[in-house]
Design a protein around this ligand. Structure first.
Ligand code: VGL
Ligand code: ZN
Length: 208
């Protein structure tokens, strides 16, 4: 069975959000169109406590884009985003949620960030997503969402490591692009590690 993964399609990653992804809103109609072709749809939600260690504001004198060591791991600092209980953490208003079977929350531990929907960045704690998908008989995942160079990339890389065939839907994701070219770099790395990069219209054709 195939599953469609919707990674972090939340207000703070849309163009007016706290950690805005350029054109992030443009993926929503694409993702909504894809959903009916899948028997299983799972969403992830970046869901930080206000005192999260990945926020520059929680480290005096630090600005977004700077690096620190957080509990032994290199951590790039972000603007405050996706704080539990705020509108920024909510799913995009136009994202269809009626088909979403479960929501996997991540980034809850203030001492470690979690880009992947499967594990924290130290690969210490599982979110339970692998077990959930395997119990449902999923062998292949199609990854969409935000952002291509962070949470989508790390979710897809972990999916490969966990033994899933992995497809990234290129027009259903956009990048933060802290450096120019990060989108292409992410797609290249994903292909190199064994993921397939497809267009949504190819996915529709294949599932029709
Ligand atoms: C993300 C940076 C920090 C993402 C989440 O969803 O790509 N990026 N938290
Ligand atoms: Zn985050």
């Amino acid at each position: 069975m195939d599953a469609l993964l919707l990674v972090d399609i939340q207000n703070d990653f849309l163009p007016d959000g706290a950690l805005a992804v350029k054109e992030g809103d443009q993926i929503i109609p694409v993702v909504n169109e894809l959903q009916p072709y899948f028997e299983l749809v799972v969403a992830t939600q970046d869901f930080h406590p206000a005192d999260h260690g990945s926020f520059a504001a929680n480290h005096s004198g630090k600005k977004p884009g700077e690096y620190i060591i957080l509990e032994g791991l290199e951590q790039i600092l972000w603007p405050v985003h996706c704080v539990q209980g705020t509108a920024g953490a909510e799913f995009a208003k136009t994202l269809k949620m009626n088909q979403v079977a479960t929501v996997v929350k991540k980034g809850l531990d203030k001492n470690i960030d979690s880009y992947s929907g499967f594990y924290d960045n130290g690969h210490k704690r599982s979110t339970g997503l692998t077990r959930y998908l395997k119990d449902k008989g999923v062998h292949r995942v199609f990854v969409t969402g935000l952002a291509a160079d962070y949470c989508v990339k790390f979710t897809a890389l972990d999916a490969l490591k966990e033994g899933f065939k992995t497809v990234v839907v290129q027009d259903a994701t956009r990048a933060v692009n802290l450096e120019e070219g990060d989108f292409e770099k992410a797609m290249d790395e994903l292909r190199e590690k064994g993921a397939k990069v497809m267009q949504s219209k190819e996915v529709v054709k294949m599932k029709s």
